[in-house]
Design a protein around this ligand. Structure first.
Ligand code: 5GP
Ligand code: 5GP
Length: 233
């Protein structure tokens, strides 16, 4: 005779043997090895045929802005959009908003407050590192990395200024290595006349989001020539 107790036991066995391992496989596939921390030069974002729009809160400072903190695998692939049940929620980062506006401004058109950009970054990338950083910590950690790396200062110290001049790619990499202690990867784009220019700087960060590391694998962005322009903004 099948008793109530044995039915409960059978359900438990089903959960333990069938559902639990499936759930852990799903969460493992959304795991990651390290982060790319990506910053963009606003002058180069704007200085293309696509142009740009300043945020509704005003023209950003002439400084690198955050693009994102992207979980990645050591084989160069990466997870994205890992959790549909974790939407961007501005109320979780209300204490960070004024710093977000300064350090993570949007330059896409039409003009926005930045929320659409932050929402995109959280949903595409942030949800893939939720096992380590919840939404508040994800944004707070990213803001902290920008302050910690201070790459514009590192470049200026080496005499590399956003003045529309041309600088060797090696001198730019050396200056950022000198300032941060780690080799950056530089991505270029092209201005309206077709000159390559300094667009994004990639640094790598350990799984906890707390320590810069040497990049385990090169990112995929567009490469630079040996001499590149550093446009003003
Ligand atoms: P793009 O094709 O402009 O280089 O990249 C488009 C978008 O794909 C990036 O903004 C980013 O969201 C994602 N992406 C591109 N390359 C990488 C990568 O190497 N790692 C991760 N995690 N995301 C990337
Ligand atoms: P990703 O390239 O990270 O996948 O996506 C960037 C998305 O955010 C694009 O849809 C882009 O239109 C939007 N976006 C909004 N503001 C910015 C910005 O200032 N820079 C970049 N790169 N993308 C932005």
């Amino acid at each position: 005779m099948v008793t109530m107790k044995s039915r409960v036991n059978a359900s438990l066995v089903f959960i333990l043997i069938v559902i639990f391992p499936c759930a852990s496989v799903l969460s493992a596939s959304a795991d990651f090895d390290f982060f790319y921390f990506v910053q963009q030069w606003p002058g180069s974002y704007c200085d293309t045929k696509k142009s740009c729009c300043y945020p509704t809160t005003g023209k950003p400072a002439a400084d690198f802005g955050i693009h994102g903190l992207w979980p990645n695998y050591e084989d160069g692939t990466y997870p994205s959009n890992c959790d549909d049940n974790s939407p961007f929620d501005k109320s979780t980062i209300s204490d960070l908003i004024s710093n977000m506006r300064k350090s993570w401004p949007t330059l896409a058109c039409p003009s926005g407050t930045g929320e659409a950009f932050w929402e995109h970054e959280w949903e595409k990338h942030g949800t893939c590192s939720e096992s380590v950083l919840d939404q508040h910590d994800y944004f707070k950690t990213t803001l902290g990395l920008k302050q910690q790396t201070n790459i514009l200062q590192a470049l200026k110290t080496a005499g590399i200024n956003p003045d529309g001049g041309s600088y060797s790619l090696e001198s730019i990499k050396d200056a950022i290595k000198e300032g941060t202690g780690f080799d950056p990867w530089i991505e270029c784009n092209t201005d309206e006349s077709g000159n390559t220019q300094l667009y994004q700087v990639y640094l790598c960060v350990d799984r906890s989001g707390s320590k810069l590391i040497e990049c385990p694998v090169k990112p995929r962005g567009r490469k630079c020539g040996s001499e590149i322009e550093f446009p003003s903004f």
